[in-house]
Structure formats: structure tokens, C-alpha cells
Design a protein around this ligand. Structure first.
Ligand code: AMP
Length: 446
């Protein structure tokens, strides 16, 4: 996962990118960067770390162009290193180019292997670099024509932003796996992963960039191009389950309201459940628990204090760090827990390690019974389109198969998963165009 942001025609382009990337920080916490163009020359600054650690007023002042693109990174392809931080910068026959990418290009290894055989030298081990090499080999007369020609060669998930001295370009893959929205602020056009990043700078949301569509902003004007027909609209359903910010809008309603609705459906599916309180694993679990509480009339009581400075438990790509931050992150609120029968809601069970730890921690704090409710179906297949999931063998639903074995492993007294039908209903409100391969194993792209 990653977050991307781009803005045209604005004196404050780097500062606004900074604010937007800060708002997209939940999408990636390993590295961040901004590239901007001034007087026909690109400048960029990328580094490891959080957005507010990387940028300061003097760095932002050095990025003083009128158009900019930015990126926050959470590695799913390529290692977590500064070489792989984005925007990536290249100088090719079309001049200087900066690229920001969210998604996973599934045929990148194959493309890069073929290019390397013909002498290509790569500066990163990301999948994102493949497209620039393809573009630089095109016979087209300018960069953007070359990009439109070469994009169909990529397979998998990509929402791209490209910046050169002339224009800002956005492109979304023909399946629309990863989000990409268009917004407007005065005379500036904005492209970004989530609506929250446009709204924070006072921009008005226009629409999503469609699957297989590209938009180019040049001399203050926007033009739209179709480089591929829409294959099968397959927006990632896990965005609403876990990744996206609650105030972002997907399928016409906020992520928060989708989660609230899921909480209601969970209760419907668990009719007859009895408990003293319902609670969510912060932060994403809270909206689910509020919906469940409204439907069941079981009081919603927070049982964990989340340390907001500890980061997302899973976001560190290395297992040791993951365990460490999970402990740091959630502290039980003992009085709320002692002697209680608790419906506990989390968005997902992946390896099962988070639930195992938090249920142990609730039991240690004196909980009488834990009814674990998972706001999504069992994850049975890894994601190849940009969500960081482990190998199939590591997934608890694959490893242990039976629900009762999973329940025992995590130490819950009861376990319930949301049905896929209700997940789609709550997220799409009638729109069923989702990729749900992690739940049903049906991959839209091989
Ligand atoms: P696990 O502990 O492996 O079962 O993972 C499930 C927990 O990690 C849940 O609490 C989720 O909120 C969180 N989570 C699920 N998917 C991801 C992901 N791709 N990246 C980071 N965190 C995740």
C-alpha cells in the first residue's frame, strides 16, 4: 500500500502536498517524498521516515514549483530502503520525470528481466520502475503519448502520477484496483488516493479516475484519455475493511458509515448473542463496534487505550518489529474489562497474532468471556495487488481451516466472521465492483 498526491498550478504546491501526505500517512509510514517542477526543472526530496520528520520549511522551500507529486510508502514489492522511496526520479530521452505509484504490477519481474537482458540498469528493486523503462523505449514523440502507449503492457494494480516539465499525468489500471480521485481547488487540479487528502486542503472532489483512464493537466487545462477499456471494475474491498481513513468517501459514502453498517450486519448474523459490552480494536474496530452497539443495544465501551505514536502494528515489514509495536500499541483499560462478557470486533484476522495477543491481554485484565467478531470473512488468499498479506501458508484460515481451531488458537470463547455478501452490501451500497480475491481466491488478473 502507498498513498499518492499530485497538484497542478499552485504556488504552494509542495506545502499542500506536505499537508496531503500527512493526511495519507496511514497508507504508508516507511518513507515519503515530494517532487516539484519549476522553470522546466524537477527537484525532489525523498527520505525514510514519517512525513513530518522528513519535511521542514527549508526542504519545502527548495521544492518551490507550481506542480508537485508526493508519495508515502508501505512496501509490498521491493525492500524498505531509501532507493525505493518515491517519487522515483529519472532522466531519459523525454527529459526529467518523477513517478509516484500505488499498487503492485504483477508482471514487473518479467518485464524487468527482459529489459535487463538487453542491458537495462535499475536504480531500485521496485515494480514501479518497469514503466519508465518501457516508456523510454517508445518511439512516440512525447512522454505522455509514450506513457499512454506503454501502460497497457503492465498487468496488475497501478494508480500512477507522472510529473515532467510540461504536465502532470494520472493513470489508473483497467481494473481500478487501487483508488485514485480527481479534485479541484481554484485553478489547481488534484489527484490523490483518498478524498480525505483533497478535502484537508479545501479542494472539491470531482470524481474517481476510471479504470483504464488517464488524465493530463497541461497549461491549466485537463484532458482525459482512455488507454484501455474498463476490464472488470475491481476496486479493492480491503480498503474499506482496513486501510482507508474513516472520513474518506468510497462508493458514495464514507468508510466510517460502511464500517458502521458492517457492525449492524455482524449483529444480524449473530442474532441472540448476549454480552455486557461491545468494543472494537482501535482504531478501525471502533466504527464496527458502534454499529453493532446501535443494532444490539449492547453498550459500546472502549476497552483499549491506543498509543497513537506507536504506528500500525502490522505496518513494519519485519516480524520482530511487528510483535514489539503490537505490545506497545494497545493497553487494556482494566475497570472496563473485569468480569465482563465482551463482544470484541476487529477488522480482519490475517495470521491471527493480533487477536491472540489482545484476547490474552483482555483475559489477563479479568474479562469473563470474549466473543470475537471479525468484520470481514476469513482471508484465504494472499493479495498480489498491493495489500501486504503473508503467504497463503501463513494465513490462519488456511493453516487451521476450521473455525473452531481458529477460535481456540486466538483464545476466544466464540468466533464469528462476517459473510462476504454482507461485506459487499455494506461497502458498495449496491455497487458490487470489488476485488475480493483475499476472501474468495478469485483473482481478476492472473
Ligand atoms: P493478524 O494479527 O496477522 O491476524 O492481522 C490482523 C490485524 O492486523 C488486524 O488487527 C488488522 O487491523 C491489521 N491488518 C490487517 N491487514 C493489514 C495490513 N495489510 N497491513 C497492516 N495491518 C493489517
Amino acid at each position: 500500500m502507498c498513498g499518492i498526491f499530485g497538484i497542478s498550478d499552485n504556488e504552494e504546491s509542495a506545502k499542500l502536498s506536505y499537508v496531503a501526505l500527512f493526511t495519507l500517512q496511514h497508507r504508508g509510514q516507511e518513507s515519503a517524498g515530494i517532487a516539484s517542477v519549476k522553470n522546466g526543472k524537477l527537484s525532489y526530496y525523498n527520505s525514510m521516515g514519517l512525513v513530518n520528520e522528513i519535511f521542514n520549511p527549508s526542504v519545502l522551500a527548495s521544492l518551490s514549483g507550481k506542480s508537485a507529486i508526493g508519495h508515502v510508502r508501505y512496501s509490498t514489492a521491493g525492500s524498505s530502503s531509501v532507493n525505493n522511496s518515491q517519487p522515483l526520479y529519472f532522466n531519459c530521452k523525454y527529459g526529467e520525470i518523477a513517478v509516484a505509484h500505488n499498487g503492485n504490477i504483477v508482471n514487473a519481474a518479467h518485464i524487468k528481466e527482459n529489459l535487463a537482458k538487453n542491458g537495462a540498469i535499475f536504480q531500485s528493486d521496485t515494480d514501479s520502475e518497469a514503466i519508465i523503462h518501457l516508456i523510454s523505449r517508445s518511439g512516440k514523440k512525447n512522454f505522455f503519448e509514450a506513457a499512454l502507449e506503454q501502460l497497457p503492457k503492465l498487468k496488475g494494480a497501478y494508480s500512477f502520477l507522472f510529473l515532467n516539465k510540461d504536465a502532470l499525468m494520472a493513470a489508473r489500471d483497467p481494473y481500478g484496483f487501487r483508488p485514485l480521485v480527481l479534485a479541484k481547488k481554484d485553478s489547481s487540479f488534484i489527484f490523490t488516493s483518498e478524498t480525505c487528502a483533497a478535502e484537508v486542503i479545501g479542494a472539491e472532489i470531482i470524481r474517481e479516475i476510471e479504470p483504464g483512464e488517464a488524465a493530463i493537466v497541461k497549461n491549466g487545462k485537463i484532458s482525459f484519455f482512455r488507454f484501455s477499456p474498463i476490464k472488470k471494475y475491481s476496486r479493492c474491498i480491503f480498503e474499506q475493511v482496513y486501510f482507508a481513513r474513516p472520513d474518506s468517501v468510497v462508493c458514495g459514502h464514507t468508510v466510517q458509515s460502511a464500517r458502521y453498517l458492517i457492525g449492524k450486519y455482524l449483529f444480524e448474523e449473530m442474532k441472540g448473542v448476549k454480552a455486557d459490552i461491545v468494543s472494537g480494536v482501535p482504531d478501525s474496530g471502533s466504527a464496527y463496534a458502534l454499529g453493532f452497539s446501535a443494532a444490539s443495544k449492547i453498550p459500546y465501551v472502549p476497552v483499549f487505550m491506543r498509543n497513537h505514536y506507536a504506528g500500525r502494528s502490522f505496518i513494519q515489514p519485519d516480524q520482530k518489529m511487528r510483535e514489539f509495536t503490537a505490545h506497545l500499541k494497545l493497553a487494556p483499560i482494566k475497570d472496563a474489562i473485569k468480569g465482563k462478557e465482551i463482544v470484541l470486533i476487529d477488522d480482519s484476522l490475517v495470521r491471527g497474532t493480533t487477536s491472540l495477543k489482545i484476547i490474552k491481554s483482555l483475559k489477563n485484565a479479568g474479562a469473563k468471556k470474549i466473543i470475537m467478531a471479525v468484520a470481514s470473512p476469513p482471508i484465504i488468499s494472499p493479495c498480489f495487488y498491493g495489500i501486504d498479506t503473508p503467504t497463503k501458508e501463513e494465513l490462519i484460515a488456511v493453516r487451521l481451516k476450521e473455525k473452531d481451531k481458529i477460535r481456540k488458537f486466538i483464545g476466544a470463547d466464540e468466533l464469528h466472521y462476517l459473510s462476504l455478501d454482507n461485506l459487499i452490501k455494506a461497502c458498495g451500497l449496491g455497487d458490487k465492483n470489488f476485488c475480493k480475491a483475499c476472501f474468495d481466491g478469485k483473482y481478476p488478473v492472473k
